[in-house]
Design a protein around this ligand. Structure first.
Ligand SMILES: O=C(O)CCC(=O)C(=O)O
Length: 261
Protein backbone atom coordinates (compact mmCIF):
# COMPACT_ATOMS: atom_id res chain seq x y z
CA UNK A 1 0.00 0.00 0.00
CA UNK A 2 2.91 2.42 0.57
CA UNK A 3 6.40 2.49 -0.95
CA UNK A 4 9.80 2.71 0.73
CA UNK A 5 10.02 6.29 -0.60
CA UNK A 6 6.80 7.16 1.24
CA UNK A 7 8.19 5.64 4.45
CA UNK A 8 11.37 7.74 4.02
CA UNK A 9 9.23 10.82 3.35
CA UNK A 10 7.37 10.23 6.65
CA UNK A 11 10.64 9.81 8.54
CA UNK A 12 12.14 12.98 7.03
CA UNK A 13 9.06 15.22 6.91
CA UNK A 14 7.08 13.89 9.89
CA UNK A 15 3.88 13.45 7.88
CA UNK A 16 2.47 11.52 4.93
CA UNK A 17 -0.79 11.85 3.01
CA UNK A 18 -1.92 8.51 1.57
CA UNK A 19 -4.64 8.52 -1.06
CA UNK A 20 -7.57 6.09 -1.10
CA UNK A 21 -6.89 4.14 2.10
CA UNK A 22 -10.66 3.74 2.58
CA UNK A 23 -12.90 3.01 -0.41
CA UNK A 24 -16.08 4.92 -1.22
CA UNK A 25 -18.34 2.29 0.37
CA UNK A 26 -16.34 2.43 3.63
CA UNK A 27 -16.43 6.24 3.56
CA UNK A 28 -20.19 6.21 3.04
CA UNK A 29 -20.66 3.87 6.03
CA UNK A 30 -18.45 6.04 8.25
CA UNK A 31 -20.23 9.23 7.20
CA UNK A 32 -23.53 7.60 8.17
CA UNK A 33 -22.07 6.58 11.52
CA UNK A 34 -20.71 10.09 12.19
CA UNK A 35 -24.06 11.66 11.33
CA UNK A 36 -25.98 9.20 13.54
CA UNK A 37 -23.46 9.80 16.34
CA UNK A 38 -23.97 13.56 16.14
CA UNK A 39 -27.76 13.21 16.14
CA UNK A 40 -27.61 10.91 19.19
CA UNK A 41 -25.20 13.28 20.94
CA UNK A 42 -27.50 16.25 20.19
CA UNK A 43 -30.40 14.39 21.80
CA UNK A 44 -28.34 13.62 24.92
CA UNK A 45 -27.18 15.78 27.80
CA UNK A 46 -23.55 15.40 26.70
CA UNK A 47 -23.62 17.51 23.54
CA UNK A 48 -21.38 20.57 23.53
CA UNK A 49 -18.79 22.32 21.42
CA UNK A 50 -15.18 21.33 22.01
CA UNK A 51 -13.59 24.36 20.31
CA UNK A 52 -10.21 25.25 21.78
CA UNK A 53 -10.17 28.33 23.99
CA UNK A 54 -7.31 30.85 24.16
CA UNK A 55 -6.01 34.09 22.72
CA UNK A 56 -5.32 32.83 19.21
CA UNK A 57 -8.52 34.47 17.91
CA UNK A 58 -10.45 37.55 19.06
CA UNK A 59 -12.97 36.48 21.79
CA UNK A 60 -15.99 37.61 19.74
CA UNK A 61 -14.92 35.33 16.85
CA UNK A 62 -13.96 32.44 19.13
CA UNK A 63 -17.33 32.28 20.84
CA UNK A 64 -19.14 31.70 17.51
CA UNK A 65 -17.05 28.66 16.61
CA UNK A 66 -18.13 25.04 17.02
CA UNK A 67 -16.20 21.77 17.06
CA UNK A 68 -17.75 18.37 17.63
CA UNK A 69 -14.76 16.57 19.14
CA UNK A 70 -15.89 13.28 20.70
CA UNK A 71 -13.39 10.67 21.92
CA UNK A 72 -13.34 6.85 21.81
CA UNK A 73 -15.81 6.55 18.95
CA UNK A 74 -15.48 2.75 18.68
CA UNK A 75 -17.42 2.44 21.94
CA UNK A 76 -20.43 4.05 20.26
CA UNK A 77 -20.70 2.26 16.92
CA UNK A 78 -19.15 -0.97 15.60
CA UNK A 79 -18.39 0.73 12.25
CA UNK A 80 -15.60 2.62 14.05
CA UNK A 81 -14.23 -0.63 15.46
CA UNK A 82 -13.96 -1.94 11.89
CA UNK A 83 -12.33 1.38 10.93
CA UNK A 84 -9.45 1.05 13.41
CA UNK A 85 -8.67 -2.49 12.24
CA UNK A 86 -9.14 -1.77 8.51
CA UNK A 87 -6.29 -3.69 6.79
CA UNK A 88 -4.91 -0.82 4.63
CA UNK A 89 -4.78 1.50 7.65
CA UNK A 90 -3.13 -1.07 9.90
CA UNK A 91 -0.64 -2.03 7.16
CA UNK A 92 0.48 1.61 6.85
CA UNK A 93 0.87 1.86 10.63
CA UNK A 94 3.18 -1.17 10.57
CA UNK A 95 5.32 0.47 7.87
CA UNK A 96 5.62 3.71 9.85
CA UNK A 97 5.87 2.38 13.44
CA UNK A 98 6.94 -1.27 13.18
CA UNK A 99 5.22 -4.62 13.49
CA UNK A 100 3.69 -3.94 16.90
CA UNK A 101 1.00 -1.28 16.80
CA UNK A 102 -1.03 -0.28 19.86
CA UNK A 103 -4.10 1.94 20.00
CA UNK A 104 -3.92 5.02 22.22
CA UNK A 105 -7.30 6.64 21.44
CA UNK A 106 -9.70 7.73 18.72
CA UNK A 107 -11.63 10.94 18.24
CA UNK A 108 -14.06 12.51 15.83
CA UNK A 109 -13.25 16.05 14.68
CA UNK A 110 -16.27 17.49 12.93
CA UNK A 111 -16.22 21.11 11.82
CA UNK A 112 -19.73 22.28 10.93
CA UNK A 113 -20.25 24.60 7.94
CA UNK A 114 -19.54 28.35 8.33
CA UNK A 115 -18.49 28.16 11.98
CA UNK A 116 -16.21 25.09 12.27
CA UNK A 117 -13.53 25.81 14.87
CA UNK A 118 -9.84 26.31 14.16
CA UNK A 119 -6.94 24.46 15.78
CA UNK A 120 -4.00 26.77 16.57
CA UNK A 121 -0.63 25.24 15.65
CA UNK A 122 0.60 22.71 18.20
CA UNK A 123 2.31 19.42 18.78
CA UNK A 124 0.29 16.56 20.28
CA UNK A 125 3.26 15.66 22.52
CA UNK A 126 2.19 17.81 25.55
CA UNK A 127 -1.15 15.97 25.72
CA UNK A 128 0.36 12.48 26.07
CA UNK A 129 4.16 12.56 26.27
CA UNK A 130 6.01 9.29 25.60
CA UNK A 131 9.67 8.38 25.89
CA UNK A 132 10.46 7.21 22.32
CA UNK A 133 8.19 9.50 20.30
CA UNK A 134 6.70 6.69 18.18
CA UNK A 135 3.22 8.13 18.80
CA UNK A 136 1.44 9.09 15.61
CA UNK A 137 -1.95 10.02 14.26
CA UNK A 138 -4.02 8.96 11.28
CA UNK A 139 -6.58 11.56 10.28
CA UNK A 140 -9.20 9.78 8.17
CA UNK A 141 -10.93 12.19 5.79
CA UNK A 142 -14.62 11.69 5.02
CA UNK A 143 -15.11 14.90 2.99
CA UNK A 144 -13.10 16.76 0.36
CA UNK A 145 -10.98 19.18 2.38
CA UNK A 146 -9.22 22.39 1.41
CA UNK A 147 -8.47 25.82 2.91
CA UNK A 148 -12.16 26.81 2.80
CA UNK A 149 -13.46 24.00 5.02
CA UNK A 150 -10.51 23.95 7.41
CA UNK A 151 -8.06 21.32 6.18
CA UNK A 152 -5.12 20.28 8.37
CA UNK A 153 -1.86 22.22 7.94
CA UNK A 154 1.53 20.74 8.90
CA UNK A 155 5.05 22.14 9.15
CA UNK A 156 7.24 19.64 7.26
CA UNK A 157 10.24 18.38 9.24
CA UNK A 158 9.12 20.11 12.46
CA UNK A 159 9.11 16.79 14.39
CA UNK A 160 12.92 17.00 14.33
CA UNK A 161 12.82 20.00 16.69
CA UNK A 162 11.64 17.78 19.57
CA UNK A 163 9.12 18.98 22.18
CA UNK A 164 8.56 22.77 22.10
CA UNK A 165 7.11 25.06 24.81
CA UNK A 166 3.34 25.46 24.43
CA UNK A 167 1.15 28.29 25.74
CA UNK A 168 -0.47 26.87 28.91
CA UNK A 169 0.68 23.46 27.54
CA UNK A 170 -2.01 23.91 24.87
CA UNK A 171 -0.70 25.45 21.66
CA UNK A 172 2.35 27.23 20.24
CA UNK A 173 2.67 31.01 20.26
CA UNK A 174 0.25 31.86 17.44
CA UNK A 175 2.23 34.96 16.43
CA UNK A 176 5.35 32.87 15.90
CA UNK A 177 3.40 29.96 14.38
CA UNK A 178 0.30 31.22 12.52
CA UNK A 179 -1.78 28.47 10.93
CA UNK A 180 -0.56 29.47 7.48
CA UNK A 181 3.04 28.75 8.54
CA UNK A 182 2.04 25.14 7.79
CA UNK A 183 1.36 23.69 4.38
CA UNK A 184 -2.31 22.85 3.70
CA UNK A 185 -2.95 19.13 3.18
CA UNK A 186 -5.80 18.92 0.68
CA UNK A 187 -7.52 15.56 0.80
CA UNK A 188 -10.34 13.59 -0.74
CA UNK A 189 -12.77 11.28 1.06
CA UNK A 190 -10.93 8.06 1.98
CA UNK A 191 -7.48 9.72 2.09
CA UNK A 192 -5.56 9.51 5.35
CA UNK A 193 -3.05 12.03 6.68
CA UNK A 194 -0.47 10.45 9.00
CA UNK A 195 1.77 12.51 11.23
CA UNK A 196 4.03 12.13 14.24
CA UNK A 197 2.90 13.66 17.55
CA UNK A 198 5.87 16.07 17.41
CA UNK A 199 4.92 17.39 13.97
CA UNK A 200 3.54 20.91 14.30
CA UNK A 201 0.00 21.06 12.92
CA UNK A 202 -3.26 22.98 13.13
CA UNK A 203 -6.21 23.91 10.94
CA UNK A 204 -8.17 27.07 10.05
CA UNK A 205 -11.85 27.83 10.53
CA UNK A 206 -14.35 26.06 8.28
CA UNK A 207 -15.90 29.07 6.53
CA UNK A 208 -17.43 27.03 3.71
CA UNK A 209 -21.00 25.79 3.40
CA UNK A 210 -19.80 22.16 3.76
CA UNK A 211 -19.00 19.91 6.73
CA UNK A 212 -15.45 18.77 7.40
CA UNK A 213 -15.66 15.34 9.02
CA UNK A 214 -12.38 13.69 10.06
CA UNK A 215 -11.83 10.75 12.41
CA UNK A 216 -8.48 10.47 14.18
CA UNK A 217 -6.73 7.29 15.27
CA UNK A 218 -3.76 7.75 17.60
CA UNK A 219 -1.32 4.81 17.88
CA UNK A 220 2.14 3.97 19.23
CA UNK A 221 4.74 1.26 19.53
CA UNK A 222 3.72 -0.65 22.73
CA UNK A 223 7.34 -0.42 23.91
CA UNK A 224 7.12 3.37 23.88
CA UNK A 225 6.23 4.19 27.48
CA UNK A 226 4.14 7.19 28.59
CA UNK A 227 6.21 9.59 30.71
CA UNK A 228 3.18 10.68 32.73
CA UNK A 229 -0.40 9.58 33.32
CA UNK A 230 -1.98 12.63 31.72
CA UNK A 231 -4.13 10.95 29.11
CA UNK A 232 -5.78 7.69 30.08
CA UNK A 233 -8.96 6.58 28.41
CA UNK A 234 -10.99 3.66 27.15
CA UNK A 235 -9.49 1.37 24.62
CA UNK A 236 -5.96 2.41 25.37
CA UNK A 237 -3.65 -0.54 24.93
CA UNK A 238 -5.64 -2.52 22.35
CA UNK A 239 -3.27 -4.21 19.93
CA UNK A 240 -4.02 -3.40 16.28
CA UNK A 241 -1.10 -5.46 14.94
CA UNK A 242 1.64 -7.76 16.25
CA UNK A 243 2.16 -8.45 19.93
CA UNK A 244 2.66 -6.45 23.09
CA UNK A 245 6.21 -7.46 24.09
CA UNK A 246 5.60 -6.40 27.70
CA UNK A 247 3.71 -9.51 28.82
CA UNK A 248 1.73 -8.97 31.98
CA UNK A 249 -1.49 -9.81 33.73
CA UNK A 250 -3.23 -7.28 31.57
CA UNK A 251 -5.40 -4.52 32.86
CA UNK A 252 -4.37 -1.33 31.17
CA UNK A 253 -4.63 1.84 33.22
CA UNK A 254 -2.08 3.91 31.36
CA UNK A 255 -0.07 4.24 34.53
CA UNK A 256 3.61 4.95 34.55
CA UNK A 257 4.37 1.82 36.60
CA UNK A 258 2.71 -0.27 33.87
CA UNK A 259 4.98 1.28 31.28
CA UNK A 260 8.02 0.34 33.32
CA UNK A 261 6.84 -3.23 34.10
O1 LIG B 1 -8.69 17.90 12.83
C1 LIG B 1 -8.03 18.94 12.86
O2 LIG B 1 -8.26 19.89 12.12
C2 LIG B 1 -6.87 19.07 13.79
C3 LIG B 1 -6.92 18.10 14.93
C4 LIG B 1 -5.76 18.28 15.86
O3 LIG B 1 -4.95 19.14 15.70
C5 LIG B 1 -5.58 17.39 17.00
O4 LIG B 1 -6.45 16.58 17.32
O5 LIG B 1 -4.50 17.48 17.64
Amino acid sequence: MISEDQVKFYQEQGYLLVKGVFNSEEVETLRGSVDTFLQRAAASKYDRSHAWQGDYLPPEELKKLVLKGFHDVQYHDAAFMRMITQPNLVHIFTKLIGDNVQLHHTKMMVKPPEKGAAFPMHQDYPYFPHSKHSMMLASIHLDPTNEENGCVHVIPGSHKQGPLPHVGSHYLNHKEYPIDSGIPCFAEPGDVLFFNYLTIHGSPINRSDRFRRNILVQVRDPEDAPTNDKHVNWGQGLMLHGINPRFRNYKYEGKLEEAEA
